[in-house]
Design a protein around this ligand. Structure first.
Ligand code: B16
Ligand code: MG
Length: 218
């Protein structure tokens, strides 16, 4: 088995649960536009880029909008989201997230972020962990977002390690597909039907068992 040198962590859904804020912001936009949008619909937007999320929200109505209107709606949703991010504090770590970061550092592994979000730096700053990472890949890093492997491959290159020596922790189907396509050890967080394709799967970040994945530390 290849020796793992680095962990690339997804942000929303792995370290912090900003998906509630994404939902509230999309819901506000959907209400403005009188488009039905439920919490269940929001599940399909997990790990999906802002533009692709809007396309899913608009559904068959997407062709009724001009590019300028699409850009305006993306900007409006993001301003609603950023209003909510102003409330984010260190209390918004998902259970086990701080402990995971600490344990990875203690094992001497490189630790990086691989998030589809263009708000990654803001979120990391509000969680007071911006300085902790060896590399940060976000919604600006590559053209092709998850499920393409490009973001994780970009982060591996930034870290200076081979893709097959990286482990990725992801809560989204698109993210699991991206990590597998990048030939990385893939750890899914969530239910079987969402992240079952991953090499390892845990119900939550707190349940991740590094001894199972890496063996006991020496
Ligand atoms: P933004 P992740 C993803 O982050 C979210 O899961 C997804 O819901 C969101 O649409 C996407 O970031 C883009 O976010 O609008 O802030 O650029 O899970 O890849 O950390
Ligand atoms: Mg995620």
């Amino acid at each position: 088995m290849t020796c793992i040198q680095a962990f690339i962590l997804d942000l929303d859904g792995v370290l912090t649960d900003t998906s509630i804020y994404h939902f509230q912001a999309w819901k506000r936009l959907a209400d403005d536009e009188q488009i039905p949008f439920t919490r269940a619909d929001n599940e399909h937007l997990r790990g999906v880029s802002r533009r692709q999320s809007l396309m899913l929200l608009l559904g068959t109505q997407r062709n009724d909008y001009t590019e300028a209107e699409i850009q305006e709606m993306m900007a409006r949703k993001n301003s609603y989201y950023q209003e909510l991010l102003a409330e984010l504090t260190t209390a918004n770590f998902l259970p086990g997230a701080s402990e995971l970061l600490q344990a990875l550092k203690q094992r001497g592994l490189k630790v990086a972020i691989g998030s589809a979000s263009k708000n990654t730096h803001t979120v990391l700053r509000r969680l007071q962990i911006l300085e902790l990472f060896d590399a940060i890949g976000d919604g600006y890093s590559v053209e092709h977002t998850k499920p393409a492997p490009d973001l994780f491959l970009h982060v591996a290159a930034e870290l200076g390690v081979a893709p097959e020596t990286c482990a990725v922790v992801e809560d989204a189907r698109s993210g699991v597909e991206a990590a597998l396509a990048g030939n990385m050890l893939t750890i899914g967080i969530g239910p079987e039907e969402r992240v079952g394709a991953a090499h390892y799967r845990y119900a939550s970040t707190a349940a991740i068992d590094l001894d199972e994945i890496l063996g006991s530390p020496k």
